[in-house]
Design a protein around this ligand. Structure first.
Ligand code: IFM
Length: 450
C-alpha cells in the first residue's frame, strides 16, 4: 500500500516539513537517572493505568537512542519532534543536571550531523513530583519554575535546536490531569482544571519571553490538541452541549493564546471555578507565536447530559481506532479552516496525527494497512485545508514507535515502527515504509525538476 497525493499538492514541495514525533516519558525509560515525575507516582496507584504498567523502562530509548536516530534517518524525514524531560535535566535545587543535559545534547548533535531538524517540546506532561507536592500546576509558582528551567536549558542547547514548543496539549495536562483526574496527577474539580490551565498558559507566555532572549532564531510556539465538535442531534440542548465542549477543549486555549482573552465560558462558570488571573497575565499569554502546533486525532460528537452538561456519544457503525476514537479525516480540514477563519493564525504545523490500530504483526512484519489508509486520508485532509488557504508548513506522524500510551499503558500502539517490548526490537511497519516512500518520492521529484 502506498501514500500518494496530487503532484501539484504543496505537501509535495521539499520545503514542506515531514517528521515523526515522540515524547520523553513515553519512550525513554531510565527512570533511575532522573527525578521522579507525576506520572511515576500516578502509574504506581492501582487501577490508574489499564495494563498496570509504567514508564520505568518504556522503549529503552535512553539506552538505544543511537539506534533510534538511525531508524529516524532511514525514514528520510526532515524533522524529529521530541520532548525534554524536565526531571532529567533539572536537579532538585533548580540547577542543571549535566548528565541529563548531555543526553539531549548528544541527540541534538547527532540530528544535526544527519541533517534532521530538531523540534523540541519543553513540556510533555512529566512535571517533577517535588513540584506537584507544592501544588503542581495549581501553584502559580510552577509557571515561574518552568520559566527558569526554560532559561537554563535553552542556554545549554545553544544553537542546536530548530524549533521550540513550550507545551504539548495544555488541555490534557489541565483538564485530564486536574479536572477529571484520568491523567496524572489525578485531581478532580472544575476550579482545579481551570486554575491549572491558567498557570500552564502563563508558563507558556513566560517561556516565550525567555525564548525571545535566549533563542530568537528558532521557531517558537505551542502545541494544542483540537477537535471539531458536532451536536449529536439538531436539538437546542445537544447544540449547546457541542458548544460547551468546543469552548472547553478548543477555545479555552486558542482564545487566550491568539486573542488574549478567555472564551464566553469564563463568564458562565461559577465565580469560584474561574481561574485566578492577575494583572498583565493575558498579555503575557498572548505573546506572538512563530507557529502553532495542531494535534489532530478525531472529532467530538456530543449530546446533552443532565449531570455533566455534555457527553461524548459514539453513533453505531462509525470507523473507530483501538482508542475508540472515530476516524474522521475531514475533521482535520474542518478544524483548520474554522480556526483560520476565526483567528489571525501564525504558520501551522500538524505536530501530531496518527492512530492506534492493529499491526498485523507476525513473523517480523507488521502489515498495518489501516494505518496506511489513515495517513493517506489525513494527508489529503491537510492538502485540502491548504487549498482553502490555511498556511500549513509541516506534518509529524504520531508516533515514531509504539510507546507508553499514558492511562492506556502499552496495549494501544500508535507507532509506524513496531516495538517488541520483551526484546526492544524495532520493526518498521507497512505504514512506516509507506511514509518513507512518500517522503522519498517527493525528493526525487524535486531532484528531477531542478
Ligand atoms: O500519545 C499521545 C501524546 O502523548 C499526546 N497526544 C496524543 C497522543 C495519543 O493519545
Amino acid at each position: 500500500m502506498k501514500i500518494s497525493l496530487p503532484a501539484t499538492s504543496s505537501l509535495q514541495n521539499a520545503d514542506f516539513t515531514f517528521g515523526v514525533a515522540t515524547a520523553a516519558f513515553q519512550i525513554e525509560g531510565a527512570a533511575e537517572s532522573r527525578l521522579e515525575c507525576i506520572w511515576d507516582i500516578f502509574c504506581a496507584k492501582p487501577g490508574k493505568i489499564k495494563d498496570a504498567s509504567n514508564g520505568l523502562v518504556a522503549c529503552k530509548h535512553y539506552e538505544l537512542w543511537q539506534q533510534d536516530l538511525d531508524l529516524i534517518e532511514s525514514l528520510g524525514v526532515d524533522a524529529y519532534r521530541f520532548s525534554i524531560s524536565w526531571p532529567r535535566v533539572i536537579k532538585r535545587d533548580g540547577s542543571l543536571n549535566p548528565i541529563g543535559v548531555d543526553f539531549y545534547i548528544k541527540i541534538l548533535d547527532s540530528l544535526k550531523e544527519r541533517g534532521i531538524k530538531a523540534y523540541v517540546t519543553l513540556y510533555h506532561w512529566d512535571l517533577p513530583q517535588h513540584m506537584e507536592e507544592q501544588g503542581g500546576w495549581l501553584n502559580r509558582q510552577t509557571a515561574y519554575l518552568f520559566r527558569d528551567y526554560v532559561d537554563l536549558i535553552t542556554k545549554a542547547f545553544g544553537s542546536r535546536v530548530y524549533s521550540y514548543a513550550t507545551l504539548n496539549e495544555p488541555f490534557c495536562s489541565a483538564y485530564l490531569g486536574y479536572e477529571v483526574g484520568i491523567h496524572a496527577p489525578g485531581l478532580v474539580g472544575i476550579a482545579n482544571g481551570k486554575r491549572a490551565a491558567h498557570h500552564l498558559l502563563l508558563a507558556h507566555g513566560l517561556a516565550m519571553q525567555v525564548l525571545d532572549i535566549n533563542s530568537p532564531n528558532t521557531l517558537n510556539g505551542i502545541v494544542l490538541n483540537v477537535s471539531p465538535c458536532f451536536a449529536a442531534t439538531d436539538s437546542a440542548k445537544d447544540q449547546a452541549a457541542a458548544r460547551l465542549v468546543d469552548q472547553r477543549t478548543n477555545q479555552w486555549f486558542a482564545q487566550p493564546l491568539l486573542e488574549g482573552r478567555y472564551p464566553d465560558l469564563f463568564d458562565e462558570l461559577n465565580a469560584s471555578d474561574r481561574p485566578p488571573i492577575e494583572a498583565g497575565d493575558m498579555a503575557i499569554i498572548a505573546h506572538k507565536l512563530d507557529f502553532l502546533g495542531i494535534n489532530y486525532y478525531t472529532r467530538e460528537m456530543v449530546a446533552y447530559d443532565d449531570q455533566l452538561g455534555a457527553q461524548k456519544v459514539y453513533p453505531d457503525g462509525l470507523p473507530l481506532t483501538d482508542m475508540g476514537w472515530e476516524i474522521y479525516p475531514q475533521g482535520l480540514t474542518e478544524i483548520l479552516v474554522s480556526l483560520d477563519q476565526q483567528f489571525d493564525l501564525p504558520p501551522i504545523y500538524i505536530t501530531e496525527n496518527g492512530a492506534a490500530l492493529p499491526d498485523g504483526y507476525a513473523e517480523g512484519e507488521a502489515n498495518d494497512v489501516r494505518r496506511v489508509a489513515y495517513f493517506q486520508s489525513h494527508l489529503e485532509a491537510v492538502h485540502r485545508a491548504i487549498e482553502q488557504g490555511v498556511n500549513v508548513q509541516g506534518y509529524f506522524a504520531w508516533s515514531l514507535m509504539d510507546n507508553f500510551e499514558w492511562a492506556e499503558g502499552y496495549v494501544k500502539r500508535f507507532g509506524i515502527v513496531h516495538v517488541d517490548y520483551a526484546t526492544q526490537k524495532r520493526t518498521i511497519k507497512a505504514s512506516g515504509l509507506a511514509y518513507r516512500d512518500f517522503i522519498g518520492q517527493r525528493y526525487s521529484k524535486k531532484a528531477k525538476v531542478s
